[in-house]
Design a protein around this ligand. Structure first.
Ligand code: SF4
Length: 222
């Protein structure tokens, strides 16, 4: 049975502590997660900084800010027609559910919160789990395109179905928030730097146990 634990240990030795998610408050984590789609973290940071300077990095202020104002501020994060609506939609939901208090919001049942998040406009499972893991402190494994690519290449699974990939990790790793946070960040680092679309296998600390690498080697041998 594939065991991802030793692989994460190797990635940790290669990349060191990731300290992800880089945010000052849980609300900032939520805003970052909602802005993350199809852009880089640098662009998200610029958008968050604009919101901070405008005094809008707070649920009530952001919920009541004019859409046009929010659009202008988050423009660096792209998708400026969709993302402001997602931010405001989450803030309105937060105000209804807990008066804008994130601690209260997250003090409820995990499944119920996840269902609510998935019901919000523009919130898919990756965003919902990022919010729940990094802002809410729930042990829920985040799956993204890097997770799928690396897991498939290593030979851990062939599926790209979100729930199946998530279940693969959750059934093999201890349910630990700090560990899930770090492991997700390590997969992102590995997917960005080494296991890229064109993988840099010769620089990879995982190549000995990697199905993709072994197959490539087998085909290359005479
Ligand atoms: S050996 Fe190559 S394909 Fe396998 S995990 Fe490393 S970089 Fe990715």
């Amino acid at each position: 049975m594939a065991d991802p634990g030793p692989v994460f240990d190797r990635l940790s030795r290669r990349f060191g502590p990731q300290h992800w998610w880089p945010a000052e408050t849980p609300f900032e984590v939520v805003v970052g997660a909602l802005l993350m789609a199809q852009t880089s973290w640098g662009n998200v940071e610029a958008a968050i900084e604009n919101l901070r300077r405008a005094g809008l990095l707070e649920p009530r202020a952001l919920a009541s800010a004019p859409l046009g104002t929010v659009r202008a501020l988050v423009r660096p994060a792209g998708l400026y027609r969709q993302k402001p609506g997602r931010l405001k939609g989450f803030c309105r939901h937060l105000l209804r559910a807990s008066g804008g208090d994130l601690d209260r919001f997250f003090s409820r049942n995990f499944e119920a919160i996840r269902r609510e998040l998935l019901g919000l406009e523009g919130v898919g499972p990756e965003t919902a789990d990022s919010i729940l893991l990094y802002a809410g402190g729930f042990p829920t494994f985040v799956v993204d395109a890097y997770t799928v690519r690396i897991g498939q290449r290593l030979g851990w699974f062939t599926t790209d179905r979100y729930d199946d990939v998530k279940a693969f990790f959750e059934s093999r790793l201890p349910r630990d928030v700090a560990r899930y946070r770090e492991d997700h960040a390590l997969l992102v680092a590995h997917g960005k730097e080494i296991c890229r679309p064109r993988p840099r296998c010769d620089a990879c600390p995982l190549r000995r146990g990697c199905a993709y690498y072994q197959e490539r080697k087998r085909r290359a041998s005479p």
